[in-house]
Ligand binder design. Structure first.
Ligand SMILES: [Zn+2]
Length: 179
């Protein structure tokens, strides 16, 4: 069994310093700006979870635009995913709900570190499920965790120039499987 690396907030932070992601390059917001879509708070050039952001004086608050939108909400609105996970195979038939629970739990965990990591959509496709995510990192993480829990096979196609990952997981057989 292969051990996956623990999820590291430091790595997330480092990655944010290298924004190839066009949605992160847009004009910075003033500190204390709150995303109207998800409540994430802008502080020192990054987005923080609601409640963990800036406490801003009333005077400063007056200069903050009433409605701002964080990059993750923009991507969701534009349907511009950073990653796609495709889950396939007959094994899904009897395990769809538990696998989707795991997928949602992984999203919640990633989002606890970085509010910009999230699922855009979960769609049923012929023969499988397609999960689109705001970041390539989250797509990779979901694929890795599904494989860790359920075995099967996992493949990645990773594009560095546009920050996009396509992750495919597949399992056909029921019953025990060596991992
Ligand atoms: Zn948002």
């Amino acid at each position: 069994m292969r051990k996956s690396k623990p999820y590291s907030p430091a790595a997330v932070k480092k990655r944010e310093l290298l924004p190839k992601d066009p949605y992160l390059r847009k004009t910075p917001n003033p500190d204390g700006a709150v995303c109207a879509g998800c409540g994430a708070v802008y502080k020192s050039k990054r987005w923080a979870l609601p409640g963990k952001g800036a406490s801003v004086s009333l005077k400063a608050r007056a200069s903050i635009p009433a409605v701002v939108t964080c990059p993750a909400c923009q991507k969701a609105r534009d349907k511009y995913p950073g990653g796609v996970v495709t889950l396939r195979g007959h094994f899904l038939d009897g395990h769809r709900d538990e696998i989707l629970n795991l997928v949602r739990n992984e999203e919640a965990r990633a989002r606890g570190y970085n509010p910009l990591e999230r699922i855009i959509e979960i769609k049923s496709r012929a023969g499988g499920i397609e999960v689109t995510t705001t970041t390539e990192k989250l797509a990779q993480r979901i694929g890795r965790e599904v494989k860790k829990a359920y075995g099967g096979t996992l493949g990645y196609t990773w594009s560095h120039d546009v920050k996009f990952a396509r992750v495919g997981w597949e399992r056909e057989k029921e019953g025990r499987e060596s991992r």
